[in-house]
Write a protein that binds this ligand. Sequence first.
Ligand code: ATP
Ligand code: MN
Length: 527
Amino acid sequence: MTTLNAPLADLGLKNVRIHLNPGVDQLYADAIRLGEGVRAATGPLAVKTNKTGRSPKDRFIVEDDLTRDTVWWGGFNTPISPDIFDRLLTKMVAHAEGKELFVQQVYAGTDPKHRIAVRMVTEMAYHSLFIRNMFVRPSPQELEDFQADWTVLNIPSFKADPATDGVRSDTFIIVNFTKKMIIAGGTQYAGENKKGIFGVLNFLLPERGVMPMHCSANIGADGDTALFFGLSGTGKTTLSADPTRRLIGDDEHGWTDTGVFNFEGGCYAKVINLNPEAEPAIYRTTETYGTVLENVVLRQDGTPDLDDGSLTENTRSAYPIDQIDNRQPDGMGGIPRNIVFLTADAYGVLPPISRLSPEQMMYQFISGFTAKIPGTEDGVTEPSPTFSTCFGAPFMPRHPGEYARLLAQKVEASGAKVWLVNTGWSGGMYGQGKRMSLKHTRAMINAALNGELDSVAFEREPFFHLEIPTEVPGVPAEVLNPREAWADKAAYDETARKLARMFRENFKRFEEGVDPAVTASMPNPDA
Ligand code: ATP
Ligand code: MN
């Protein structure tokens, strides 16, 4: 179905065929017709993309009166001039002439008080299906008088010329807060659509007293909300899909005066080596019509081979949250009672679960630590540390201190308990030890959320001053204290000191402007 140009007339687009709010059937047909992907034998639309992850170095924010003093420039927030934005937009509009474009009118945010209305204009049919799955779909009534606050224009076939266009490569994602627009070219990775709007909310919401968070969220049987912060691969999606708790969302939430709300209407799960027994709910989405499977290799018979990482290890399933049976239908929950910071510590040093004081919470939130396992190709055998402030530096336009203060206020007012959970290595660093068992991690988290750790004794380890429970139902005691889990105690001490030094080194850039009590809770490499 094509309609007239009218919905995009303001962009100056000429002679384009527009598909307005196409549904799943049509988007399958169009994606297949345009050669973007195929229908997997199990139901999903399977696509391959030129980039298999985000392009954080090609992301820019227009620097103007609105952003000059409000954005924290440096790191991932790279300024670009309004002129460059305008010129690229003009070129994109010219490039789009004669093409067909897909438009989805969606919300970012389940809470009607805080959501923004977005018009997502994409060249790829598969992006349109991804957006339909991942954003909040308006009701037919809401669509009738839908007024977009923001517009995203994403045209992967438009490639910038770094020599003349003022960008770094042929790929760019530029946010313009004044014009309320994001333009993107050069990359087919659909995750840019979702994380682009995430960055917008992360800029807008703090001004309204709402804390935007890179976290998953779920609700227990007695209505208690839990949040799970963490960098990529630490377990936000995996651990929030808990059979005993209702899922609110797996990646992006806001904390208001009354509770939390999901920014999204779907989930974006990693599916490499997905185990149907350990993660049945996520596995089922790979066998469901409507799901988008990104860079998953299909076998000869058209079924997905989830163990095949030959295109990328970052294979993904994007599905509407309705595919998860045990979900919270309105995407909202009450004030959190527990907050879990997830880290996948490939050094095997941090305890599998520990309790954080308010100062330690600030310290860990600002540090945002995880450790990647060594890459296979370059002969590196040591893990590499990642410190990404607020557990999501690439998505946070403001100064980390702003987010940290807002979170601290909310946590204090709520009395929520805060936990640090290491979903990474145990019994030795990557190579010697092994990954923490998912079963044990789930048991530890459930014990914390159910209040079962309120009555057990805790011991304090010397390097990070973390309080470790001495017993957790369903978990062998020797797993709980990381030093006990290592056969070679001297090696543990040495590795712990090394990690403590890395924490301190990283934190130097934040020390100024942080409460001295927070700085006093720093790890101690001399213990
Ligand atoms: P992203 O921000 O990229 O979406 P994420 O935080 O949602 O990342 P997951 O997609 O949940 O992370 O990835 C965690 C991965 O680690 C999964 O593949 C999961 O199966 C695996 N895993 C192995 N052991 C554990 C454990 N003990 N706890 C959590 N995840 C584990
Ligand atoms: Mn996730």
